[in-house]
Ligand binder design. Sequence first.
Ligand code: ATP
Ligand code: MG
Length: 428
Amino acid sequence: MNPKIYVDSQHEIDHSLIDPDALFVITKLREAGYSAYLVGGSVRDVIAKVKPKDFDISTSALPEQVKQVFKRNCLLIGRRFRLAHIRFGKKVIEVSTFRAGENEGELILQDNEWGTPEEDAKRRDFTINGLFYDPTNHSVIDYVGGWEDIHKKTLRTIGNPVMRFKQDPVRMIRLLKFCARFGFKTDDETMQAMLKCREEIIKSAPARILEEFLRMLESGSAAPFIQLMHQHGFLETLFPALAHFLDGPHADKLYTYLKCADRIHNQYGIAFINRSILTACLLFPIYEQELQTQYLDKNLMPHFGEIVLLAHSLLKGFETSSFTHLTRRLSSTAAFIMATQYRLTPLTGKISYRNKLLHNKEFVLALKFLDIRTLINPKLAETCNNWKKAYRAQEHHGDRTPHPHSNAPYRRHHHHPGGRRERRHAGE
Ligand code: ATP
Ligand code: MG
């Protein structure tokens, strides 16, 4: 099949949205005699005039050949998918060889069959993600009808939706992710297929689901995403504790935290709050409610040990009932962040600006979470400021080496537990 080609005069792709390093990779591959295109999410984004988060490249060069072109800056990764990562400092550009799609069989087991550009386009999930862009002659190459669907703001699978969802049920989560993020509508047939196939989600690898889920929480559209996940029954299957809370009278509290995280992400980028803070955003409203019913409603005042214990047991319960496991590091840090809130703003109201707490290397995460609580409840502003002052004073007099960004409100935490990709740190 011949693709539809959209040339320069037919689109308004702004090249300044495209990472110069991605352009460099494409040029080098072409100079070495291979074909190479920008593919997937980044093409969708530049057509929709959105700045892409990451840039993927597809090429006719085999992974070893890519390695020969970029030498030491290229790392070959992955067993199931052999991919080349080209490094530019902290940033990574992902280069994959054109691949053929899955066989007729249902769940994908292995797919390392090299293919043509057309096959590579057709193995992708949604039409809007199946376009190629050739930056050397500014043409968009469309084998799947993605161009029209982007302009019609429509989400549609490439190929038969029931089959595509059965082959890889994570695509249903991805569908909701794109609904939440772009506000696109879903084509009828695709929607019917999702409703029919949603039980299949438990056949997916838990780690992949968790990765899509966490990436969504940090996308700036976490609130609508969770709402769609709940509405379509996925939360019930994957995270029953969250579904249960959202069915109760305090659902709004959870959405308030998520909207706040979204606001911060949209304003400051991904570097400001990490995944353990996001996990705390999801679970803190449930935690507060548990403290309320287990202690305060009974006129009991829990001591701090009990508060810490409750945080850990809440996370443990959340995990055992969930389909997927958080990493141990992620859940213990989230528990720390949540419990520490009751030291920062104790139930008794008596605050002691303890030194020991300030020295904890994860204190800054708890402080950032207090910042989020302050955005939700401005009455906390004075306390929050006092803690920041105490923290800064401790940083100056502490035994640690001074931080290079000493005028920043507090040290930036680069730790993204479970983070898969290199992230650009916005706002630095
Ligand atoms: P984002 O902006 O969130 O990165 P994306 O569409 O770029 O969205 P990625 O996970 O970066 O998502 O994937 C890159 C591309 O790989 C997609 O655009 C799509 O073409 C293809 N892809 C990703 N996941 C799947 C999948 N489960 N099935 C088929 N194709 C997929
Ligand atoms: Mg992407």
